[in-house]
Design a protein around this ligand. Structure first.
Ligand SMILES: [Fe+2]
Ligand SMILES: [Fe+2]
Ligand SMILES: [Fe+2]
Length: 447
């Protein structure tokens, strides 16, 4: 049974680290980038005498600083290329550089516990520029942004093929050479001091970064109850969705429909909200799927399909990192299982009602939402697909019966939730995918 709502009590810190690890799945070539930046930035903050709260804000900023860059892939060839460009400090990419900082700020600022971190992220690519970088476009740039600027650079300098300690002198020299031009001098001084210790470098390259961060900086400052968890999941859902124009508001639709179905099936209010959290996060494992596959036009090859089908496994792995999220994890990560035990990745028949609801909400949303390559299905087409899946023993007929009972109203709720969620901050990035593949079938409809 799910926990009662008043027992939902999750450290924000754990949610941030879990999501940071998830976005680090995006670019395995530059390992643990966000967690490394979080580590370096918090060490610098501590060395500079920032208090515990400010240090934790710097850590959150480091852990999430490039969230908006995950949507850059439609313009840059891949996220790996994007990283290579923007860590290069190439002047010709300066507009893009600041844009993902600004977009990260817009994504995160409305969640109160992230308000400070969002400000830090906004300016994380501003160079010190001999003092001119104390302000940018008329706004003051906080010290924490200059901390993040240096930490971002340090995190990409180690060559993971070589022993880290043999590289320290070169990395220190590179950073010191950027004092005053790229980096604020007092931050460079703090770096010179912390980087003398071998332990700093060994922690930086240690694979168990969450444990190190938690032990050193993780005294629980903010705990999330049901509303906070719901709000945060909504933001994470946006970030998950923006990677693909095929699914730009998909998670919000799944969350809204899951909550609506749960209500109509008589689940108590707290569980309805919790199922919304599962809806927002059900595809978090897609962060481990290359965008080239998510956005591929036309049929996926069997090998590509196998990679896409790993995503609910990663959803499970990622959400397992957060104590207290067990029920949400079960409801979210079983969304591709079938009642007859032939789904994936667990091939289980033990599927609780919450997971059955998310599975139906996911299919319903996927086939009724408009996508760049096709219009959403109408009532008759949609119910025919769902009835077929019920008759095959894939999904729960009782849940589908609720949908059939009030199709128009539930459909309206889906469409309204997705409109409300439409990508306002990415409006300038209207995706221009044309329907080269209008014939994509339901079976290929990615969810
Ligand atoms: Fe960045
Ligand atoms: Fe970065
Ligand atoms: Fe999925």
């Amino acid at each position: 049974m799910p926990p009662p709502a008043d027992e939902i009590d999750i450290p924000l810190f754990d949610m941030v680290l879990c999501f940071s690890r998830a976005i680090d799945f995006l670019h395995p070539k530059i390992s643990e980038h966000h967690l490394r930046v979080a580590y370096v930035a918090s060490c610098l903050a501590e060395e500079l005498g920032l208090d515990r709260e400010e240090t934790q804000n710097v850590l959150i900023a480091g852990a999430l600083h490039d969230v908006a860059a995950v949507s850059c892939v439609t313009r840059l060839h891949s996220f790996e290329d994007a990283l290579a460009y923007y860590h290069d400090s190439s002047p010709q990419f300066s507009d893009d550089l600041h844009q993902h900082g600004r977009e990260g700020y817009l994504l995160l600022r409305d969640f109160t516990p992230f308000a400070e971190a969002a400000q830090v992220i906004r300016f994380h690519h501003v160079n010190w520029d001999f003092g001119r970088g104390s302000a940018f476009q008329g706004a003051p740039v906080p010290l924490s942004s200059h901390i993040l600027r240096l930490a971002d650079r340090v995190a990409v300098l180690p060559n993971d093929e070589q022993n880290i300690l043999s590289q320290v002198a070169d990395i220190r020299a590179t950073v010191i050479a950027g004092a005053a031009s790229l980096f604020k001098p007092e931050v460079v001084s703090a770096f010179e001091s912390i980087s003398e210790k071998e332990s700093f470098w060994l922690d930086l390259t240690n694979r168990h970064k969450e444990a190190i961060l938690k032990k050193r900086f993780g005294a629980p400052k903010v705990r999330l109850h049901l509303d906070g968890l719901h709000q945060l999941s909504r933001i994470f859902g946006k970030i998950i969705d923006y990677r693909s124009p095929f699914t730009a508001t998909h998670s919000s639709g799944v969350a809204a429909i899951s909550e609506e179905l749960a209500t109509r099936l008589g689940m108590p209010t707290p569980h309805r909200r919790l199922i919304g959290v599962a809806g927002y996060l059900h595809d978090i494992g897609k962060l481990a799927v290359p965008t080239t596959l998510l956005n591929k036009q036309g049929k996926l090859t069997p090998e590509e399909m196998a990679i896409v089908r790993q995503h609910p496994y990663y959803t499970h792995q990622i959400l397992s990192m957060v104590p207290g999220l067990e029920t949400v994890n079960t409801w979210a990560s079983l969304h591709h299982e079938r009642l007859d035990g032939t789904g994936y990745p667990f091939r289980t028949r033990d599927i609780p009602l919450g997971a059955r609801i998310v599975a139906v909400a996911d299919i319903f949303t996927a086939i009724t939402e408009n996508r760049p390559y096709r219009a959403g299905m109408d009532r008759a087409q949609c119910l025919a697909v769902l009835d077929q899946l019920v008759s095959e023993g894939a999904i729960d007929g009782d849940v589908v019966a609720v949908l059939r009972g009030d199709f128009e109203e539930i459909h309206h709720i889906r469409s309204r939730s997705q409109q409300a969620f439409a990508p306002t901050i990415f409006a300038a990035r209207q995706y221009a995918l044309q329907s080269e593949d209008g014939s994509r079938t339901v079976a290929q409809c990615r969810r």
